[in-house]
Design a protein around this ligand. Structure first.
Ligand code: F55
Length: 832
């Protein structure tokens, strides 16, 4: 050691190797000890899963070491804490993530190799934590990582679902849903906290009592109580400098056996109560965009909001002794409206349990909360029927009425306070039965409200929040989404990351903006070659996976054109399929033109109840089946649908993509985050001017992205003239032919009319403007082909995409939330 310090040039490498050698031996011994004493297996009997658990527990030890210091230091410094409330955390796998952030991955790989174990095998046996539907849940996971990276004292609060998002299988081209069971082999990352138990009430009645000071107090006596049990998972930030806690709640019946009832003979009744209580955390609601609207969902929302608020208020009081300083020491971020009932719960806690006067309680609440909106789709805005709220949460419904009365009283004095305006501003929607507007509640109870891309935040002000914005100008701000580069660059694409680090230095993951330095090499042919070789290798790996999973052989030199995300009409997978069908017919007509070999890759889940989305999955599979087996194509076009899209599959697909499909109807995709993952890894985007695509274009430069189609304004104008597709179809022979072959059963010979309804809808009622955008999309795809033929031009564009994506790091997004919404300091990571 001393020798290395005095003679750094010659001796340093040897000393470093020796240090690593010692680390490797220590890690190897720790893994062996975990295998023996914590897993209870010998080296000879251990399965890959046993090795995974032993390795996870060994890195967890290092994580815990730092975790306890982080908790201690947050306490000592009295730092303001951030609470991220989300019904979803779409985490995926944690082994490689923890090893990466603790900077132990190379040593651990070597230690396992000494034991004859391959780290990549262990990576694959970990179940994804799929506690989310899509972008909203994945954003929460990226934010947890960036908050730790920036040393923000943050807690994630959510539900520990026994079953995450359903597993998807494809049978005869159709989606089947199977229960997901991520906990069946145990979860080595979490710590149960049996001492942290919060009682959660439902139903019952309210008594009015007189306080000693003569004031009245409302006392809620719930008719039913469920317990929330805490499970903590440490979330390490980059370089392990700071570790935060993800606290997930599991529901338990108050007295699981109710021996009195058992003894009195009603054991069925006792078990029913137990099942009812514990069903709250059984399963993630699988609808994205459309809210579920069922009682169980409202019970989930209140269960976790109440547990989290009780927990953080208790922590605040134990640290600072007075609940009235909450807003100085806590910022609570609502991930969409799903946890918005927390606003009424905090008012209940402050007013009913701590005797704080209403106005003061409301000021504390507004100063503490902020709300992120993720969608403008009217059918996706969460509302709850007043009668359901009155039955399940009678006191909270009273509180909401009072918030509304005071709010409407304030605005009704203004000169423009028409009945129409007051109806638009009210917390209660009276238009189809009386319903509580959770977006309005979240807006009123927060000091800041944000959208997730510039376009989306702008549209919030002119559409759903127009009236509310007028009474609180400046409350709506923009926080364009981001992604964590640790997972979506280093862990998913280690080879590319190493190449980039050679250019920009090894602080790439500390400060993503250094990526800009790569732009200087965009035309460097030897750099282009190395960049392209990495893509080629990633495509080979993906091709092997596709062969294994669905038995289709892919040509790694083909253009990999990728469309992966939840299946939804607004995301327009149908537009992409139509282009595939059009090209299929052209290749058959002129098989010997110089076609560009291309693979269309689809993946994504449809909500089980979303019939049209499921039909779109079937269409993709049916089209693939015909195209992939047509010898006339000589392999020039393949269409594959990869089943069971999830985080870990995305990590395989994205680094192998040449083209990224981001083709939503403009104005409908709030942001998108997959778009960022692709562009960072150097896929070119074909996309509409929607969500964050607009900002991606501004950063990567319009020559390096293929933008097409109607803008959000044009979509609005077009819709106001009618959404009949007949004119667009009549004007486009390629589109009419493609629609005709789908409608006539070319791809569904066993049931020729299977897609009649779908084609009729596009023809007569094309709300998502697929037909209106078809020609523009088709032409944009031809521009992609022309770029692909010019290989130096293609790789130049790809490299410039990577180079200019630094701004989309979730570290940047979180730094903006910290500064402009939470008022907490950030400490960027750096080399120790
Ligand atoms: C889940 C449950 C309900 Cl009830 C409603 C919506 C969802 C959901 O998953 N929404 C979702 O993923 N929204 C997406 O959020 C992303 C992160 O902000 C955006 O990038 C994306 O545009 C948006 O659709």
């Amino acid at each position: 050691e001393t020798h290395a310090a005095s003679a750094p040039d010659a001796a340093a490498p040897a000393a470093e190797t020796q240090a690593i050698g010692e680390d490797v031996a220590a890690i190897r011994d720790l893994i062996l000890a975990k295998l023996k004493y914590s897993v209870g297996k010998s080296v000879t009997a251990a399965s890959p899963h046993d090795w995974f658990v032993a390795t996870a527990l060994s890195v967890r030890d290092k994580v815990v070491e730092s975790w306890l210091s982080s908790i201690e230091s947050s306490k000592r410094t009295g730092r303001k804490r951030v609470y991220y409330l989300s019904l979803e955390f779409l985490i995926g796998r944690l082994l490689i993530d923890a090893l990466t952030n603790m900077e132990m991955i190379d040593e651990t790989r070597a230690a396992l190799a000494e034991l004859g174990v391959d780290l990549e095998t262990l990576r694959e046996v970990e179940d994804d934590a799929a506690l989310g539907n899509g972008g909203l849940g994945r954003l929460a996971a990226c934010f947890m990582e960036s908050m730790a990276t920036l040393s923000i004292a943050a807690y994630g609060y959510g539900i520990r679902y026994d079953h995450g998002l359903f597993r998807q299988r494809i049978k005869n081209g159709r989606q089947l849903e199977y229960p997901e069971d991520w906990l069946s082999f145990g979860n080595p990352w979490e710590f149960q906290r049996p001492e942290i138990v919060c009682p959660i009430g439902f139903g019952g009645h309210i008594d009015t009592e007189t306080r000693p000071d003569g004031e009245l107090r409302q006392v809620w006596h719930p008719g039913e109580t469920v317990e929330a049990l805490a499970y903590d998972t440490p979330i390490p930030g980059w370089r392990g400098a700071h570790i935060n806690t993800l606290r997930l709640w599991s529901a338990r019946a108050v007295d699981p056996l109710r021996l009195d009832q058992f003894n009195s003979g009603d054991h069925i009744g006792a078990l029913m109560d137990r099942v009812r209580a514990e069903s709250i955390s059984k399963v993630l609601y699988p609808g994205d965009t459309t809210p579920a609207g069922q009682e169980l969902r409202l019970r989930q929302e209140f269960f976790f909001a109440s547990a989290s608020l009780q927990d953080l208020v208790r922590r605040h009081i134990s640290l600072y002794g007075d609940v009235r300083t909450l807003a100085d020491k806590a910022a609570i971020q609502l991930n969409d409206t799903h946890p918005a009932i927390a606003i009424a719960e905090l008012m209940h806690i402050l007013v009913d349990l701590h005797d704080i006067p209403w106005d003061e309680a409301w000021a504390i609440t507004q100063a503490t909360f902020s709300y992120t909106n993720h969608t403008l789709l009217p059918e996706a805005l969460e509302t709850w029927p007043v009668p359901l709220m009155e039955r399940l949460l009678p006191r909270h419904m009273q509180i909401i009425y009072l918030i509304n009365a005071l709010h409407l009283a304030k605005v009704s004095g203004e000169p423009d306070a028409t009945g129409h305006r007051l109806a638009a501003l009210s917390l209660i929607d009276e238009s189809h039965g009386r319903r509580v507007r959770m977006g309005h509640l979240a807006f009123l109870g927060s000091h800041k409200v944000n959208g997730v891309s510039q376009l989306h935040s702008d549209l919030m002000k002119t559409t759903v929040f127009h009236d509310l914005e007028s009474i609180a100008p400046g409350k709506i701000t923009n926080k364009t989404n981001g992604i964590t580069f640790r997972r979506w660059l280093k862990e998913a694409n280690p080879a590319l990351t190493s190449l980039l680090m050679e250019v920009v230095g090894d602080n790439l993951l500390d400060n993503a903006m250094v990526l800009e330095k790569v732009a200087a090499l965009a035309d460097d042919s030897s750099f282009q070659e190395r960049y392209a070789a990495i893509r080629r290798a990633n495509k080979m790996t993906l091709a092997r996976l596709v062969q294994q999973r669905i038995g289709v052989k892919l040509n790694p030199d083909a253009l990999f054109d990728v469309h992966i995300k939840r299946i939804h009409e607004y995301k327009r997978q149908v537009l992409n399929i139509l282009e595939a069908v059009a090209i299929y017919e052209e290749i058959r007509a002129q098989p010997f033109r110089d076609w560009i070999p291309r693979v269309k890759i689809f993946a994504g889940k449809a909500a089980a109840s979303y019939t049209t989305a499921k039909l779109i999955i079937q269409l993709a599979n049916d089209v693939g089946k015909v195209i992939n087996s047509d010898p006339a194509l000589r392999g020039l076009l393949k269409v594959v649908f990869l089943p069971n899209y999830n985080v870990s599959l995305a990590e395989r697909i994205i680094p192998a993509a040449d083209l990224s499909e981001q083709i939503s109807t403009a104005g409908m995709e709030a942001s998108g985050t997959g778009n960022m993952k692709f562009a960072l890894n150097g896929a070119l985007t074909i996309g509409t001017l929607d969500g964050a695509n607009v900002e991606i274009m501004e950063h990567v430069g319009s020559p390096n992205i293929f933008i097409f189609g109607l803008t959000a304004d044009e979509v609005e104008a077009k819709r106001s003239q009618g959404i009949n597709g007949q004119d667009a179809i009549a004007r486009s022979p390629k589109l009419s032919e493609a629609l005709e072959s789908i409608a006539s059963g070319v791809f569904s010979p066993d049931e020729p009319h299977r897609y009649r309804g779908l084609v009729d809808a596009l023809t007569y009622h094309d709300f998502f403007l697929v037909t209106a955008d078809f020609d523009a999309y088709y032409n944009a795809q031809r521009a992609v082909f022309r770029r692909w033929r010019d290989k130096p031009a293609w790789w130049r564009s790809a490299i410039l995409n990577t180079a200019h994506m630094g701004w989309f790091s979730s570290d940047r997004t979180i730094a903006e939330y910290a500064e402009e919404i939470w008022n907490v300091p950030v400490t960027p990571p750096g080399r120790k």
